[in-house]
Design a protein around this ligand. Structure first.
Ligand SMILES: Nc1ncnc2c1ncn2[C@@H]1O[C@H](COP(=O)(O)OP(=O)(O)OP(=O)(O)O)[C@@H](O)[C@H]1O
Length: 245
């Protein structure tokens, strides 16, 4: 499929002599969904920060297709189509679900006034398509403030989708969710991946299993193990440093 691969090669991040990332290499293909797990302090957040330009690597290559992300600022990286969902939702409680999605739509630039109506229709269609994708069509005109924790997380994912990302980085999406919400989130992310790449950082291994995709285990800033969940869970190195604790 078309789209860009995410390519990290030999990436290190050193904070005051401490190696948060240590020669990390990782490739995420266009349309792929990758789960990243690892114990506290493994470097998962730092990896996301390096991809989004929040943290500059001390060494190594970070590319998205032909773009060298180490030379770009956060806004330019976001404009390439790399979206990040943090753990804490930032939806507007006093607006409806529909209005939150509308607000997240990129304002069309340099639009002629004659095109406004048509673009308005396109925007509405896009919002409706996204409502379907995140499973909140029936809640479109409810205030975001009355949504459940899980529904707010889905709305936030929807707000990112409004910006047509090529790569979505999702940080601990199921923390605090009910089992049913967790299952719904796995299905939602499986739907989203395919037309976009998705990198999910998560502690909940049952959720990672439900995603059913390749897993990367980080430890001490580098890749300890990579493969299907059954394979990494059976890897003695993983059992020793992470799963067995
Ligand atoms: N700005 C910073 N200055 C100094 N050390 C930092 C900084 N940011 C992160 N670290 C350290 O780097 C290591 C990796 O942190 P990181 O947050 O990337 O791990 P993580 O895998 O996301 O952990 P968690 O699962 O707890 O969120 C940790 O030991 C952390 O204390």
């Amino acid at each position: 499929m078309k789209g860009n691969s995410l390519y990290l090669d030999g990436v290190s991040v050193v904070f005051d002599g401490f190696r948060a990332l240590n020669n990390l290499s990782l490739i995420v293909e266009p349309g792929e969904m990758r789960a990243v797990i690892g114990p506290n302090g493994a470097g998962k957040t730092t990896m996301m920060d390096v991809i989004t330009g929040k943290t500059r690597p001390t060494a190594g290559t970070v590319r998205f297709g032909d773009h060298d992300l180490t030379r770009m600022d956060e806004a330019s990286i976001a404009n390439l189509g790399i979206g990040r969902k943090f753990q804490k939702p930032t939806v507007f409680d006093a607006l409806t679900v529909f209005e939150n999605l509308e607000l997240a739509l990129k304002a069309p630039r340099g639009t002629l006034s004659a095109l406004h109506w048509r673009l308005g229709t396109e925007a509405r269609e896009k919002i409706e398509e996204t409502l379907g994708e995140i499973g909140l069509a029936a809640r479109a005109h409810d205030l975001a403030g009355i949504l459940s924790h899980g529904q707010r997380q889905w709305l936030e994912i929807g707000m990112l989708l409004m910006q047509d990302p090529q790569l979505l980085l999702v940080d601990e999406p199921v923390a605090g969710m009910t089992d049913q919400e967790t299952e719904h989130t796995a299905a939602l992310l499986r739907r989203i991946a395919g037309t976009r790449s998705v990198v999910v950082v998560e502690h909940d291994l049952e959720f990672v299993r439900a995603l059913g995709r390749k897993v990367t285990v980080l430890h001490e800033g580098t890749v300890l193990s990579e493969g299907p969940i059954d394979q990494v869970q059976a890897d003695p190195r993983v059992i020793e440093v992470y799963l067995g604790r």
